[in-house]
Design a protein around this ligand. Sequence first.
Ligand code: FAD
Length: 408
Amino acid sequence: MAEFTMELNDEQKEVRDWLHGFAADVIRPAAAEWDEREETPWPVIQEAAKVGIYSLDFYAQQYFDASGLGIPMAMEELFWGDAGIALSIVGTGLAAVGVLANGTEEQIGTWIPQMYGDANDVKVAAFCSSEPDAGSDVASMRTRAVYDEAKDEWVINGTKTWATNGGIANVHVVVAVVDPELGSKGHASFIIPPGTPGCSQGQKFKKHGIRASHTAEVVLDGVRVPGSCLLGGKEKLDERLARAREKAKQGGERVKNAAMATFEASRPAVGAMAVGTARAAYEVALDYATTRQQFGRPIIDNQGVAFQLADMRTQIDAARLLVWRASWMAINGKPFTAAEGSMSKLFASETAKKVTAQAIQILGGNGYTREYPVERMHRDAAIYTIFEGTSEIQRLVIARTLSGMPIR
Ligand SMILES: Cc1cc2nc3c(=O)[nH]c(=O)nc-3n(C[C@H](O)[C@H](O)[C@H](O)COP(=O)(O)OP(=O)(O)OC[C@H]3O[C@@H](n4cnc5c(N)ncnc54)[C@H](O)[C@@H]3O)c2cc1C
């Protein structure tokens, strides 16, 4: 097991500086434009693909870094550039992780390359779990997958919502109910290959923030996919369902809410995104406070401003510590006995919301305009307390883990 360290090694520093350069030179200058356009920034994704940032190889390298710091460091730098554009670059990763976690080697080899495309023809992928009536409460999912044995095909019907890259993705990964009796234990994930009839984009959402990232409904109307599109394969699914039915019969197992558990290991990565946005806003505010003159002196000369900056930086550093600890635990197989993954996401996302609001206050009237980036950063920061489990759900996970009680 790697020792926990707060010190990046030389190789990690080199990667961080390279990512920071891309974030500063390519992402940040494009941020305001794509926020206004509310469209996927394809040219920026293509640029990221050309230099090797938009690829599975890059994320795999960071992921398998035994220190655990590869992914949080990468997320922090990219989201420091701009959250909407960065989510357009890393959003495909959520679908890729869905396949890596549950797929066979053949499925991984077939579908992940099609999720990314190549530098001359970039593609994106979408992970579709949420539904209009199943957000935090994943067990209420209604999208249904039924096996047609005669044709060895799955028939999928339902509507997914809030899917990042939904409808514009080359490959969609869709979670559906295969056994309604089993709650979230009766779910399975399917690949929807490019151009599958019946799979279409519904409403595209106009959002408060991260507007360069495409978010939409995905409508599945009589979608038929081959048996080989069931992630992990039929045999494994049948075994898993049989075990779940047995446990349900014994009445032993409390059916867990999948939204609360599934993402526990990926939550530090979202925390790292939030740290990136918070740090970006803090840096703008620090710079502004040292140059803006009122009453004949820089506004940072007032404790009322300087102390805010002191608090902002302290909270950002504390958030990063929690994120790095949880990331190190996750990669080294240390169980989250105190829901450390959720703690890191909760604290970092609340910090991003708070710090970006303080940044607006420090910039005064300028902070409230779109001439300065902190207004956009504050809108962007609001997503971190919502997706991959809201702050309330993180608190539930932490409280239940600590107490062992079925807290509601
Ligand atoms: C921009 C964006 C991108 C997204 N991308 C994806 C994606 O790619 N794929 C995907 O599948 N989903 C995605 N989502 C969906 C996201 O994960 C859900 O919005 C989130 O899980 C919350 O679900 P909900 O919106 O239905 O809120 P609800 O579950 O309806 O919650 C509403 C409020 O009630 C609170 N609440 C609910 N239950 C409890 C409880 N038990 N105790 C205390 N408070 C509670 C919540 O915390 C929240 O404040 C995305 C959402 C957005 C906005």
